[in-house]
Design a protein around this ligand. Sequence first.
Ligand SMILES: Cc1cc2nc3c(=O)[nH]c(=O)nc-3n(C[C@H](O)[C@H](O)[C@H](O)COP(=O)(O)OP(=O)(O)OC[C@H]3O[C@@H](n4cnc5c(N)ncnc54)[C@H](O)[C@@H]3O)c2cc1C
Length: 398
Amino acid sequence: MSGLVVDADLCVGCGRCVRVCANDGIEVVDRLARVLPGCVSCGMCVDACPVGALEMVREGTGADLSQWSGVLVVAQTDADGAPLPVASELVGVGRGLADARGCALRVLVLAPGTHGCACTGGFSGLGADGADEVLVSRSPRFGARDCAAMAATVAAAVGATKPEAVLFGATDLGRELAPRVAQRLGCGLTADCTGLAVDSETGLLLQTRPAFGGNLMATIVSPEARPQMATVRPGVFAAPERDASRVCTVYEMPPAPCDVAAPEVLAEEPADDGTSIAACDVLVVVGRGIRDKKSLAVARRLADALGAGLGCTRPVVEAGWLDHGCQVGQTGVSVAPRLLVSLGVSGAVQHLAGISGAGCVVAVNEDPEAPILAAADYAVVGDCREVARAWAEALENR
Ligand SMILES: Cc1cc2nc3c(=O)[nH]c(=O)nc-3n(C[C@H](O)[C@H](O)[C@H](O)COP(=O)(O)OP(=O)(O)OC[C@H]3O[C@@H](n4cnc5c(N)ncnc54)[C@H](O)[C@@H]3O)c2cc1C
């Protein structure tokens, strides 16, 4: 059994364990420490004990990890059934993990439609990206973005293929789907990873993500449970170079029965055009330095002249100047454009976490000490509205 263990022969009942415990997890009765239900196994008392009478025992689950092998990527599609770009990004990183372990990379595509309704064509791109096998599962419920139905099928695919790692895109849907799968399988989940590596000997997935408001990077491991599951935000990893000569087998997989009723649609709202700033090749990002909503016009003008999308920092969203879908950063979208133009952005860590994939960053800030200027490839000190206006004019007059 895992947990805190007291060695009665060593304990002197000094009570230091009780004093450091923040959770009412231990008491001393008759000069002997006794563990209480409040113990959260934090280990503070173990460090504080002067005589080494406390030990945190962490026993394995007894699960046979050797039967788990391979990497599974769960690919979401758009309304037409085409895999989202993040699927290619996951296949790229999944290929690296599978190669390090010498195992197979499979992709499970959750597509709209009906099982057996169509040929399995259209997914060869995932093979060119690096997949060894593609399992295509089709259901009208997947088309309706029904996460309960999807979770049942992902769990069935995991049961059939026993992968040691499963990767999901951290899209809105992926963020709902992955925890449902983790709950069904009784395993852990690391959300919003920005780095993934594997110990080639043990298969331990090293899942790195920002923690404590982005002030440190935590590497999380799941040594006792399989599969190891992670979500990765779109744009964090680059899509791999496609190799059309790669051999990939595509199978149809029936959707698993789902014991949760399909949700009843009461009303439908018009969908947005589905364009995410994560997909932009060129992006203009505005920060609070743009000063007011009216001045967004000059940023839009520059974006139009560059053929770019428009993103922003969190304060711009909080001010109601742009929608949350435009927010770049830790609690927004991760972007990886070829060119990113940053206007009046300070460069807080939470924002920089979302632009690490950008190819070239041009930043304009009136404060020469602003962190964004140190992070940029080209730094311009000045009023971002004037620089944007002059740049747009120059492009328009070409
Ligand atoms: C848990 C958590 C998650 C967060 N997630 C995100 C996130 O996803 N995305 C995000 O962006 N932020 C996020 N934040 C907020 C983040 O910490 C910063 O507060 C935010 O990024 C600052 O936005 P800003 O640079 O627009 O504003 P400010 O920090 O106010 O900076 C404005 C900058 O504009 C410059 N400036 C002012 N006027 C001009 C001008 N006329 N011309 C040129 N420069 C000018 C100033 O010198 C300054 O550097 C998060 C914070 C927390 C705690």
